[in-house]
Design a protein around this ligand. Structure first.
Ligand code: DDQ
Ligand code: CA
Length: 274
């Protein structure tokens, strides 16, 4: 790993970030910050589509022409297949009411779906939406966002950590910690892998961090605050609850979709470097 783009921050206090697992832990923990500020991105709305205002969006993924979405809140958690243009829910299944649904990703015709505080995930069949098995995650704090690269599942847990899980055993193999030049980026929520970088929206922040998956360094920050303003034109959003959440990427057509919890709209956006 190349350390030349790293600098050690002033506040040498808490976590072993970059070197976790590589350096023996001592009492003198250091926090390692990027030595460059993240590039700032704005966005342009390319398309606007309807989205179910009853969907407390937690996971969002594009697959084969459709969006797959998981929703949260205890008693309201669902898994859906959605037609993009109309927002129509084509297929839907409810989660056991004792769980609070979280992020989701699709691997080999299976849907992997996390829950919030129970350290438990479920596997569903992509076609039938039948629940087939469950698995546990014990190292990470909670279940929040989920995406994947070629070999591993990529999971956020509400802190500044991102976990890499084996796709078959669901074992948590390693983690990185996400830092900008001046802070740990906590509350990473829904995730998406775009061009090899991890895109993560930050809970209650209207921002998407673009994260280097090797180092955890935040290379970019997309400012989506004006998207909430756009939403506010047609829908009164409950502050700190009905927030931006959900990033999906259509690789073939290079389309990025975003939405929010209970938002009546889904946006296709293009990120533009400032
Ligand atoms: N998380 O999805 C960001 C991980 C957690 C969201 C927590 C929302 C709390 C809702 C409480 C509902 C009370 C009516
Ligand atoms: Ca996603």
């Amino acid at each position: 790993i190349n350390t030349t783009n790293l600098g050690v921050g002033k506040h040498s206090i808490s976590a072993l970030a970059f070197f976790e697992g590589k350096t023996k832990k001592t009492n003198a923990f250091i926090e390692v910050f990027a030595n460059k500020k993240p590039a700032i991105y704005n966005f342009k709305i390319v398309n606007t589509y309807p989205h179910d205002t009853k969907a407390y969006t937690q996971g969002l993924e594009y697959y084969n022409g459709f969006l797959y979405e998981t929703t949260g809140r205890r008693g309201q958690s669902t898994l859906r297949k959605v037609e993009i243009k109309t927002g129509k829910v084509l297929q839907k299944v409810d989660l056991d009411k004792k769980y609070f649904g979280e992020g989701m990703t699709i691997v080999n015709n299976k849907i992997i779906w996390l829950t919030w505080e129970n350290k438990k995930g479920f596997v569903y069949d992509l076609e039938t939406f039948k629940q087939e098995k469950e698995f546990a995650y014990n190292k990470s704090k909670e279940g929040w966002g989920l995406t994947q690269n070629k070999d591993q599942l990529i999971k956020s847990d509400g802190t500044n950590k991102i976990w890499f899980l084996d796709k078959e055993t669901f074992k948590e193999k390693k983690s990185i910690q996400v830092y900008t030049h001046d802070r740990a980026l906590e509350s990473l929520n829904e995730l998406e892998l775009i061009d090899g970088k991890i895109y993560g929206n930050i809970y209650q922040k209207s921002a998407i961090a673009i994260i280097n998956p090797e180092t955890g360094i935040v290379e970019g920050l997309a400012d989506l605050r004006s998207l909430e303003k756009e939403m506010a034109k047609t829908q009164k959003l409950v502050a700190n609850d009905e927030v931006l959440n959900g990033i999906a990427y259509d690789k073939e057509n290079n389309r990025i979709f975003v939405t929010g919890k209970y938002w009546g709209k889904l946006f296709e956006i293009e990120l533009i470097k400032k």
